[in-house]
Design a protein around this ligand. Structure first.
Ligand code: MF3
Ligand code: CO
Ligand code: CO
Length: 273
């Protein structure tokens, strides 16, 4: 197999144009998985039931779940409710009216990784929860709009931080986005905060995720005794959205766009990328 390993001095892989097709297919399947699960997110449903549906859908489509067996993780999704920041473990607890949840899936299709997450709501969210979802969604989309070759990773972080903090929310520092491709997690760490004009230069052929976690309260997190579940220290609500993208000559391509146009849970998002 041809291994076109071409990395920047920072260790960031530059993929040739022919690598975009595999990422596009993997990203689309990951997005379709979340499109499938949307209508299943209902009051009274358990998160382990949602996870079972996800695992079935992924395998039915000729892919495998990247998270099953990853560092001992045993599920096809992470489902993070309310004050859970990320890496929530699916379990027997039923969803309640007003719960907000992030569902994060990563599939491997023909060796390529597609990693995406969105917020969902069970029943009717509170106004402050709906506002957090809006701010987090818009943080990610502003960051993606900032991705242009020649700009820098710090510009991405700054786009998120300046917007989210301007909305009186805080940006989680303890988890970041990541390079991906034929591997799940690669260089660079994609920080969701930063200063314009700093960090590695964005170049066509870089593949990475942007996945900001935004809190209504303070940014601090801690991991529970299960070794996975990260929660806000102050127990305030947290939200997250994640796309996998590839830098192009013009800007970037979102690999994990929803074919159904469903990304934001509270309104349809006509995304022109
Ligand atoms: N999908 C997550 C990410 O965005 C990683 C989950 S790893 C797991 O990088 F083991 F917790 F599933
Ligand atoms: Co990710
Ligand atoms: Co993810």
């Amino acid at each position: 197999m041809k291994d076109s390993v071409n990395r920047t001095p920072e260790g960031i892989k530059i993929h040739p144009p022919e690598d975009f097709a595999g990422m596009h297919a993997a990203g689309r399947l990951a997005a379709e998985t979340l499109d499938m699960i949307g209508p299943e997110v209902q009051v009274g449903v358990t998160t382990e039931h949602l996870d079972t549906l996800i695992e079935q859908f992924v395998t039915d489509h000729g892919a495998i779940s990247a998270t099953i067996g990853y560092r001992g993780y045993q599920h096809a999704s992470c489902i993070s409710l309310n004050h859970v920041v990320c890496h929530g473990i699916p379990g027997p607890k039923a969803l309640r009216d007003g719960d907000i949840l992030n569902i994060d899936v990563t599939v491997v299709l023909d060796g390529w990784y597609g990693d995406t997450s969105r917020m969902f709501v069970a029943g009717t969210p509170s106004r402050k929860a709906a506002r957090l979802i809006d701010v987090t969604h818009d943080s990610l989309m502003r960051a993606i709009e900032a991705v242009k070759p020649g700009d820098r990773f710090g510009d991405i972080g700054h786009a998120i931080q300046s917007f989210a903090e301007g909305q009186r929310c805080s940006v989680v520092r303890d988890f970041c986005g990541h390079g991906l491709g034929r591997v799940f997690h690669d260089a660079p760490n994609v920080l969701h905060y930063g200063k314009p004009g700093t960090g590695a230069i964005l170049r066509p052929g870089m593949f990475f995720t942007i996945e900001p976690m935004i809190n209504l309260g303070r940014a601090g997190t801690k991991v529970l005794a299960d070794g996975w579940t990260a929660v806000t220290r102050d127990r305030t609500l947290s939200a997250q959205f994640e796309h996998s993208i590839g830098v192009t000559e013009e800007g970037c391509e979102i690999f994990t766009l929803s074919p159904a146009g469903r990304f934001h849970p509270l309104h349809e998002t006509p995304i022109s990328a």
